[in-house]
Ligand binder design. Structure first.
Ligand code: ADP
Ligand code: SF4
Ligand code: MG
Length: 405
């Protein structure tokens, strides 16, 4: 059964009177007991999505469209009281830094038992028993002494195990883990990821695991959703997506992994970087960095088209042709061609800023399209301006915001 259904979710932040979209209509589902990994570069909108699911977006941000159906109940319309009942109880969250969750002046035992008693009417004795059992389960050595310890007396890895144990205490339906291993020593990252996934499997808990590390997450979740610039660009079963990525951005992420590069050689990179929110890229947001870009890519954002049990937002993506996919693909290609033809991009005054984004241009894309060629010219203008602004000490993001077409 479907546990969580996110439908066309949009989130915006107000900045200097302008609404900047951090999520531009994302949709995905998580079934009971299923695990979904969300992957993307920094700034792609992963954490905003996690906070939005819990209806925790605060001013200057707001959910400006879509639905978040948790067991059929739309959380965007839930009362504060109802949300308090759900958060930390039916949906638990694990953050990057365990100290965001743990209180430094309370012992681990107090925090675990209080958190459980806040959502269950049970005795202190029973809560203590359950908390100690859970410490055993997350492989904390000598649970009794850790139970009496303060967070600062434990290592980072141990603290994150405590947070995982606390999250699981209420037997939630869903755990959202946002970069749960980024703050940890690299040697224990895989171990903690695997522990979260294994415990969720054992307890039948669904998992939404957010990370920038596609290699780590691909070992533990059943499905992956790739985020880019506030959109999902590809989604599908992990094994298929890793073996045969359909979106050029996913391809690029995988090509950067050390195991996919010859030893002793510099690692492959996706040229450029993801533009900040204030820069609007027309068409497919990835086109300035994409070596496969065609003219249509610079005009109309592609939809997230379905290919069997996979989804991809790209005009050029295709599965190897089989009798089944051929028929399906013909339909998709017709649909894509129709979209590109009937919805030309209407350039607005503020969209002129997109020219500043030309500095994100992929070198191979520069000769692909007239739009790209124009962008290359602007890139060199922008670079000239950037050099003069660097000497004035402004940041790259500030510089790109200042450059006008
Ligand atoms: N409170 C906020 N105010 C303004 N912009 C924000 C806020 N929180 C996030 N953003 C912007 O939303 C975008 C997505 O952020 P986030 O979801 O944190 O990225 P990530 O994928 O790294 O988790 C970023 O451009 C970020 O700057
Ligand atoms: S739609 Fe075009 S620019 Fe975007 S990823 Fe596909 S080929 Fe590249
Ligand atoms: Mg984040």
């Amino acid at each position: 059964m479907t546990l969580l259904q996110v439908k066309n979710l949009r989130v915006e932040f107000l900045q200097r009177g302008r609404a900047l979209e951090a999520l531009k209509g994302i949709s995905f589902t998580i079934e009971d007991g299923e695990s979904l990994g969300i992957v993307g570069e920094s700034g792609a909108g992963k954490s905003v999505a996690a906070f939005a699911i819990l209806n925790l977006i605060s001013k200057p941000g707001r959910i400006c469209g879509g639905e978040i159906l948790f067991k059929g109940e739309d959380l965007t319309k839930a009362s504060r009281r109802r949300l308090r009942e759900i958060r930390g109880n039916r949906i638990a969250m694990i953050f990057q830094d365990p100290m965001m969750t743990l209180n430094p002046v309370l012992t681990i035992g107090t925090q675990m038992t209080e958190s459980l008693k806040a959502h269950r009417s049970i005795s202190s004795r029973k809560a203590r028993e359950l908390a100690l059992d859970m410490l055993h389960e997350v492989a904390i050595p000598d649970p009794l002494s850790r139970f009496k310890a303060y967070p600062h007396e434990l290592s980072g890895g141990m603290r994150q195990r405590i947070v995982i144990a606390t999250a699981l205490l209420t037997e939630p339906d869903l755990i959202i883990a946002d970069e749960p291993t980024t703050a940890l020593d690299v040697t224990i990252q895989a171990e903690i990821m695997a522990l979260i996934a294994e415990l969720c499997r054992r307890h039948g808990t669904s998992l939404l695991l957010i990370t920038h590390d596609i290699a780590l997450v691909s070992q533990v979740t059943e499905r992956l959703a790739i985020f880019y610039s506030g959109r999902i660009v590809e989604e599908g079963p992990t094994d298929k997506l890793i073996k045969q990525p359909l979106h050029p951005y996913t391809e690029g992420l995988l090509a950067c992994l050390p195991q996919n590069n010859p030893p002793g050689q510099p690692l492959a990179q996706i040229p450029g970087s993801m533009p900040p929110l204030e820069i609007q890229i027309p068409g497919c947001e990835f086109h300035p960095r994409c070596h496969k870009a065609i003219e249509a890519c610079t005009m109309t954002p592609p939809d997230l088209w379905r290919f069997g049990n996979r989804f991809v937002a790209c005009y050029k993506a295709s599965l190897p042709a089989t009798p089944q996919t051929l028929q399906q693909e013909t339909k998709i290609l017709e649909e894509r061609a129709k979209k590109a033809a009937t919805q030309p991009y209407h350039r607005r005054e503020e969209d002129k800023e997109q020219l500043a984004a030309a500095k994100y241009l992929h070198p191979k894309a520069s000769t692909n399209t007239p739009a790209a060629a124009k962008a290359t010219k602007n890139a060199s203008d922008a670079a000239t301006q950037s050099v003069s602004e660097t000497s004035q000490g402004s940041t790259p993001a500030q510089r790109s915001g200042k450059i006008k077409a």
